[in-house]
Ligand binder design. Structure first.
Ligand code: GDP
Length: 444
């Protein structure tokens, strides 16, 4: 999961202000020094850091903060807004052509994740827009690359156009596009060759493909784990091709986060998608505001809700939201949620998206055993219908019966019920738009 170190350092820097009723310019200076170090340590481009710190400092020494009774919160607000700005403010959607097909050319260094991302994106368009994409295998230097694209195509039921390795990439693209037109494919992905580093020959070839295909989108994939190097690569590609957007891959393995924070500011090109795992589902639209929340440890509830909604019907989601707001979320909903969460992926990653839990020290390095969830479920299964619907019924004798029925110690039953009630309260606050968690987090 990205940004752990940065999140912790930013929070520590801000936490120092927490008990001060009012703060001085010197306090602001001190916190800015720490924010600067935190960003540099996260491998953010130094020019970006310099501008960022300058912006935040200018705003922070203004009267809105110095005269505020909650200076730490004001600074969090400013840092949050400036983080959003540095990452480009708004999510930038994929370009679409007025006539079909929309042509998307994938470029990037070898291993950055082009082939995987092309397939993820094609699968996403198919899933969400009922699109009929075609993928063209134009990396003739690595037979394995063609094979990989064919496998991913087959797994996702997406046709792949290929002509082996003996035909020039430009010719493959020409014929692939002709086939897309004949078959009325609405999206075409061109998977191009990568190298270990930028070289002239490759760039010339990519420029030729660009010239021929006139793509609506040239998506550069860069590996977030390579930090500043990813930013340099982005700059290199951007100098020679008309890059229209960036996909930042492997954010799941990037603990520093420098690339995410630097690419937009350095290249001027938007990050459009982020890859957060090897599975086909692990590609998300890049939202600067959600990313800023995550960096500040404020969670990313929206992405979480979206993930949940992927296999959720709208009616049910609406009811759930009402229940959360009205504090009537019961054990049946809880069971439903647990089953859903288990389908959503690693629990650690999910926890980090929940405001208030995101940086809870008690959950740091928490190693959540999937068996724990099964035990919790066993406890819920031992409740009667009435008890599940009305957790307030759970008096000591009922709890003893549930403990016996589920084979779990009574202390565990008590703890689980207590945690359930706390969670219900927190959800109710969050869904009413009261992000009270933040105050607790920063001790204000
Ligand atoms: P290409 O050479 O640019 O086409 O790169 P590939 O698509 O072959 O990807 C290289 C490796 O990175 C593969 O093992 C992918 O599964 C993996 N990969 C791609 N995107 C992600 C991601 O977002 N997260 C993780 N963890 N792995 C990824």
């Amino acid at each position: 999961m990205a940004f752990e170190g940065l999140t912790e350092r930013l929070q520590n820097a801000i936490a120092k202000l927490r008990r001060k009723g009012k703060i001085s310019e010197n306090d602001v200076k001190e916190v800015m020094r720490e924010i600067r170090l935190a960003l540099l340590e996260a491998d953010v481009n130094f020019k970006v850091v310099k501008d960022f710190v300058k912006q935040v400092r200018t705003r922070a020494v203004g009267s809105e903060v110095l005269e505020s009774l909650t200076p730490a919160q004001q600074i969090v607000k400013i840092v949050n807004e400036e983080l959003i700005k540095v990452m480009g403010d708004e999510a930038v959607p994929l370009n679409h052509s007025k006539k079909i097909p929309t042509i998307i050319m994938m470029v990037g260094l070898q291993g950055a994740g082009k082939t995987t991302t092309a397939s993820k994106l094609a699968a996403k368009l198919k899933r969400e827009n009922k699109a009929r994409p075609l993928m063209i295998a134009a990396d003739v230097y690595r037979p394995a690359a063609i094979e990989q694209l064919k496998i991913l195509g087959k797994e996702n039921d997406i046709p792949v156009f290929e002509m082996g390795t003996d035909v020039s990439p430009v010719e493959i693209v020409r014929q692939g596009l002709a086939q897309a037109t004949a078959n009325k494919n609405d999206y075409v992905f061109i998977d191009t060759a990568g190298r270990l580093q930028i070289d002239e020959k490759l760039m010339a070839e990519l420029a030729q493909i660009e010239e021929l295909a006139q793509p609506d989108e040239i998506l550069l994939t860069v590996d977030a784990m390579t930090g500043q190097n990813a930013v340099e690569v982005a700059q290199g590609f951007n100098d020679q091709l008309n890059i229209t957007g960036v996909v930042l891959t492997k954010l799941d393995g990037d603990t520093r986060g420098g690339a995410a924070l630097s690419i937009r500011a350095v290249t001027g090109k938007p990050i459009k998608f982020i890859g957060q795992g090897e599975k086909m589902d692990d590609l998300d639209v890049f939202y600067p505001d959600r990313m800023a929340s995550r960096i500040l440890g404020m969670g990313d509830m929206l992405t979480l809700i979206e993930k949940a909604q992927r296999d959720y019907d709208a009616e049910k989601a609406k009811k759930l939201e009402e229940k959360m707001r009205e504090n009537t979320f019961d054990f049946n909903d809880f069971l439903d949620q647990m089953n859903q969460i288990q389908n959503m992926g690693s629990l650690q990653d999910i926890i980090k998206m929940i405001p208030g839990l995101a940086n809870n020290p008690a959950l740091k390095n928490a190693n959540i055993d999937p068996k724990d969830m099964e035990r919790t479920k066993a406890i819920v299964y031992s409740m009667t219908k009435a008890e599940r619907e009305n957790p307030d019924l759970l008096n000591p004798s009922r709890r003893r019966r549930i403990a016996a029925g589920s084979g779990r110690p009574i202390q565990e039953v008590n703890r689980m019920i207590k945690q359930f009630k706390q969670m219900r309260d927190m959800m109710s606050k969050v869904s009413k738009g009261n992000f009270g968690g933040m105050e607790q987090m920063f001790g204000n």
